[in-house]
Design a protein. Sequence first.
Length: 417
Amino acid sequence: MSVAFWTTTVNYLAWYIFVFIAVTWLIVLFINRDEFSASRRKRVKRFPSVSILIPAYNEGKNIERIVRSILRVNYPKDLLEVIVINDASTDRTREIVEGMEGVVLINNARNRGKAHSLNRALKIAKGELVACVDADSVVEKNILMKMVGHFENPKVASVTPALKVLKPKNFIERIQSAEYLLNIFLRKSLEMIDSIHVTPGVFSIYRKSVLGELGGFDENNLTEDMEIALRIHDAGYRIENRLDAFSYTICPPGLRSLFKQRLRWYRGALQNTVKYKHMIFNPKYGNLGMFLLPFNFISILAVITIFMILLWNFFDAVRTFIWQLYLIDWDLLVFLRNFEINWEVLLLNTFTTSFILMVMGLVLGGYLLLKSFSVTKEKFSFNKLGYFTYLIVYPIIMMSFWLTAMAFEIFRIERKW
């Protein structure tokens, strides 16, 4: 079968998938529109004890800020425990924490990674609930008061916050800020279909008994926050989200650091897709198994397929060009004099499936982004170019990161944190 056949097939499949996903999300949002209301948010009926775990490696610049932020949290102090795990830092992290009151300090003899640090802290944590927070973060004062009420439901094993970028300054940070805002809205939408599949490391809270039942965090996983979320679902528990419980993180300031972060994230996603492949198209896991995980899996295949088609078309064009030059005895001037662009075909190809899909994607993305501003009470201004760049340019950058992650996994390049 020809490349044209496969291109047409992929285009139509893209149509069906996009329309199905878009319609499904719009139906979900319409049916659950009241869930975004403040009056529907769960309130605290009792105050469970909470241990807050802060793994830190060379976080001398940030550790005092996050500890102070945690100690200022509005919650009964006799029910709050703060544990910092110094993962063999070579800077002043240890000295800074030792000089602070109200903090339990654990020192790893050698660098063992985030998951190991969390597991070590879990062994001594006294709280009924445990919150895991990255050292380069800040949390709002009422974050615990807003989140712990969700644990009144015994099936809830974890609650995630609304994560924002801390004081975005440059262009790359503002683009990520738009992404994080959109994810606040999407994560709440995922809760509505019981499909939250990542518990971010910026103040996700867990029921300690469930973590003990599941054996703690996977120390050999690149994205332990995704792995534990899938394991929670696999065990039959539920993950919820608090839309107005804000935590803030420092995001990568440049493309190089962003690439390093996303390479780890995406390789971790691929790693966990393989690990939990038994959940894909499995009705036992509800919408997560029958809708979200298959969609994520198909999206990965779509990226590979689109890349292969583009690569094939490129090499086919090069082959045709070389063959035509050969037929005219490599006379480039003759080729250029007779070169014509078939604008009718070009425009027809442009204004068909791919172009229309792109426009529809931009419209839907723009709508969801505006809804994100609405539900998070974030101020929107048209002079923030990052928001528009996020919709147009960012997906292309992320696709290149995904392709790199896939190549690294295929060729078994060493996984690094």
